[in-house]
Write a protein that binds this ligand. Structure first.
Ligand code: FAE
Length: 531
């Protein structure tokens, strides 16, 4: 497919130049050639290597378009010894993006070593009333995510997304395309039914079914065969130790650096530049873009400042990263035409974290396997709710279950730009809907199954002031059109979570972000880039 597109594209270009009589002889300087006009020029440039960025780069590369990807974080290469990423049990500097201690919201082992600031994989941004987590590194959020690859339900999706976004098209074409690309699949029966590592999942399912909730065994971006090898002891254990949020050393996690990104590089058209942190962007002569970049060392030292240039610029730095770069660029007067909806429409995906403890059943000492099932509570009196499981690999029985819950929260915040710090601040007023909805569900589960909500040792009460799912900031239909074109500018696109209107409707966001990116880049290639 890519060869055909490439040939057609070159044909159109050549024909257009020939008919204009401007084909140049070899050796003659071409003042119209952006490669000779601009430093570090590529036709397309993608900022960030997470879901939106990786999908975009692969499709650009397949279409024969020279593309540079700028990524602030490191490239993490798996070693046979299984020691690339920080272990969960004893987090070190590799676990956190320029922090000095463990940043995970739960700390099963109670060990809090301090370490030096380093370009680790998980970022925590502390805003007033909301802590936001995101991935940093080649692969973005996929390095740290749980692999939950789940589509929103249509009745909820249509409450959040405008009618211009065709759910049926996403569900029939683009979600399956992403699932196939990732190689995501549901948990196999033998692991689910027999493995001690999944005992907590079996208890979760039973407790949810006891209160009448349907269960979905969703596609998970894990290689279950590698998990079986870990369990058999033929390779060093990692996923089964609960090493999920700092990266999985065994290769069991099918993060983007195992699929979209290497395939993009294999086109020969895509180059990834790690440790390149974008500061801001400007539109320069003839509508080309200049991207101002700091090249950093793993300790955060700025080694050099540099500029890249492109014709087509794709924002894939995630909800916070993209919003920050665009607001800084607008605030500095570089992109004045972006409208005043920029920075608005941000949501936490109604995310929560909670615990049920003192359960009368054993839940397993090794609550460490990747998440595999979700319980649906769509008739919850407060908000539709979906309950996923989180890891808690304590190594000893805790008679507890840890949940990540998602709710349909319409609460939205916005960002203010602070020119002196050249940074953005979230304005967020918690409405307690997510916590109330989850507590409503947990109370029902406790009445039927026993146990209580919260644990003084783990998490005293449900938290809804942190999120792994930042969404919005440059929202579709507001700052951007329906496919991510930034209003007021040609050839500038938002491809990531910043485009999402604050929620992915009780689903974990990666599939929705990646599915929309697949749809949008297809349209952009056909309508704007004319390959
Ligand atoms: P994202 O994947 O965050 O990628 C943005 C990229 O841009 C990153 O690589 C950044 O390092 C890079 N970047 C940022 N600023 C700059 C800059 N200035 N210059 C250069 N590069 C920059 O964006 N979602 C699910 O669907 N299922 C899960 O199981 C799940 N588990 C999660 C677990 C954790 C601990 C976390 C934090 C998130 C989880 N998520 C999960 C959310 C998911 O990772 C997130 O929605 C997507 O990764 C967002 O994709 P984006 O393309 O928006």
């Amino acid at each position: 497919m890519s060869k055909k597109i490439f040939d057609r594209r070159n044909f159109i270009k050549t024909t257009a130049l020939a008919s204009a009589g401007i084909i140049l002889s070899t050796g003659c300087k071409d003042d119209n050639n952006p490669e000779s006009r601009f430093e570090n020029y590529t036709e397309a440039l993608v900022i960030g290597t997470g879901f939106g960025g990786a999908v975009t780069a692969l499709r650009l590369g397949e279409a024969g378009i020279k593309t540079t990807m700028l990524e602030r974080g490191q490239r993490w290469v798996l070693t046979p010894e299984g020691n690339t990423f920080s272990p969960l049990a004893f987090p070190d500097k590799r676990s956190a993006w320029f922090e000095t201690e463990n940043i995970a919201p739960l700390n099963p082992f109670g060990i809090s070593p301090t370490f030096e600031r380093y370009a680790g994989v998980l970022e925590r941004v502390r805003y007033s009333g909301m802590d936001v987590y995101a991935g940093a590194g080649v692969g973005g959020g996929s390095l740290v995510y749980g692999g939950i690859t789940i589509a929103p339900e249509k009745p909820l999706f249509t409450q959040v997304f405008p009618s211009e976004i065709d759910y049926d098209e996403l569900a029939s074409v683009y979600f399956p395309r992403v699932i196939q690309m990732l190689g995501a699949s549901p948990i196999p029966d033998d692991l689910l039914n027999d493995s001690e590592y999944f005992e907590f999942v079996r208890v979760h399912v039973e407790h949810a079914q006891n209160v009448g909730l349907p269960i979905e065994y969703f596609a998970s971006a894990y290689n279950w065969d590698i998990i079986k090898e870990e369990i058999a002891g033929t390779i060093p254990a990692s996923a089964i130790n609960g090493d999920i949020i700092y990266g999985v050393n065994s290769g069991a996690k099918k993060s983007l650096d195992h699929n979209y990104l290497p395939q993009a590089e294999a086109t020969g058209n895509v180059t990834i530049k790690p440790l390149h942190q974008v500061k801001d962007i400007e539109q320069v002569d003839d509508g080309y873009y200049r991207i101002n970049v700091e090249m950093i060392d793993v300790d955060g030292t700025v080694l050099a400042e540099s500029a890249f240039h492109c014709k087509y610029l794709f924002m894939g730095a995630g909800s916070i990263g993209t919003t920050k770069i665009l607001m800084r660029s607008k605030g500095k007067g570089y992109l004045p035409n972006i409208n005043d909806t920029l920075g608005k429409g941000w949501g936490s995906n109604g995310a929560t974290m909670s615990v049920r403890s003192l359960l009368p059943t054993n839940t397993g000492a090794r609550q460490s396997s990747p998440s595999s099932s979700a319980a649906y509570d769509f008739n919850n009196d407060i908000s539709p709710t979906v309950l996923d499981m989180a890891n808690y690999p304590l190594g000893t029985e805790c008679n507890c279950l840890i949940y990540l819950g998602l709710t349909l929260d319409s609460n939205r915040g916005y960002f203010d730009y602070n020119p002196s710090r050249e940074d953005i601040d979230l304005v967020w007023n918690n409405n307690n809907i997510p916590k109330s909805a989850i507590d409503n569900l947990l109370d029902r589960m406790n009445v039927v199954n026993g146990g209580q909500s919260g644990s003084i040792f783990i998490l005293p009460e449900t938290k809804d002031d942190l999120t792994y799912h930042p969404l919005g900031g440059a929202v579709m239909g507001e700052t951007c059109d329906w496919i991510g074109r930034v209003k007021g500018y040609d050839n500038l696109y938002v491809m990531d979570g910043a485009l999402i209107p604050g929620s992915t409707a009780c689903a974990n966001p990666s599939l929705t972000i990646a599915g929309l990116a697949e749809k949008n880049i297809e349209t952009i290639l056909n309508e704007d880039i004319l390959v």
